[in-house]
Ligand binder design. Structure first.
Ligand SMILES: [Zn+2]
Length: 224
């Protein structure tokens, strides 16, 4: 007997009742984002930049979790890495998981040998897709609106990885099949940036979550 030949279940009044296995329960959301916190925390200490008591890896994980909370409240599925898992394993996991329709954001804080440089940057691959540019611009705009931390450069904070110290970022290459943006929230080495960041941390998380939500929503509707 095939599925089609199965007798249709009848209610008491004889009307046809939709069989259970056909129930199309709408997935609670169609929106999904991968949020990773750059670097690893080992025994309470981060492997990223340290500036005085500021610990890049721990702060990135904290902010990432705040953003995730806000997104989850709006029924966006957030897939996170475990902050104690090494970078190589996280990249392998992303490589094996991400597809073209996915969106992946990695959160970092920038650093400089001198305390001078400040601002936020959204790094995208060389020859970024329009989705990557759109998302990058929105992330930097959110940080500016929440904390007045300036988007760096002439393209609203969006820069390709050629601007980075290493000229190439693995996050933007290995899992490059998806929409990939690496966000440098602000300079951990700048007192001015850091004060703005700490004072406005909650609104930064909220505004970033809004910008991610709106990007995903507009893409879903074919507008971004
Ligand atoms: Zn970093």
């Amino acid at each position: 007997m095939t599925l089609l030949e199965r007798p249709r279940p009848q209610t008491k009044t004889g009307e046809w009742k939709r069989p259970h296995f056909f129930t199309t329960k709408k997935h609670p959301n169609e929106m999904k984002v991968y949020l990773t916190a750059g670097h690893t925390v080992i025994n309470g200490k981060g492997t990223g930049v340290h500036s005085g008591t500021r610990d890049e890896a721990k702060e990135a994980a904290y902010l990432r979790d705040e953003i995730a909370c806000y997104l989850e409240r709006r029924n966006v599925t957030v897939i996170k890495d475990d902050v104690t898992t090494g970078f190589g394993r996280v990249m392998t996991w992303l490589n094996n998981t991400l597809t073209k329709s996915d969106t992946a954001i990695e959160i970092h804080f920038d650093a400089s040998g001198s305390g001078g440089p400040n601002g936020c940057t959204a790094f995208v691959p060389i020859n970024p897709t329009s989705h990557e540019e759109d998302l990058g611009r929105r992330l930097c705009k959110a940080i500016f609106e929440a904390a007045h931390i300036k988007p760096r450069g002439s393209n609203k904070g969006v820069r390709d990885e050629g601007f980075t110290f290493h000229k190439r970022l693995r996050f933007l290459h290995s899992p490059a099949v998806a929409t990939n943006v690496l966000l440098e929230v602000c300079f951990i080495t700048s007192d001015s940036d850091w004060n703005k960041y700490i004072t406005n941390r909650d609104s930064i998380a909220l505004m970033l979550s809004n910008s991610i939500y709106n990007h995903l929503k507009d893409r879903h509707n074919g507008k971004a």
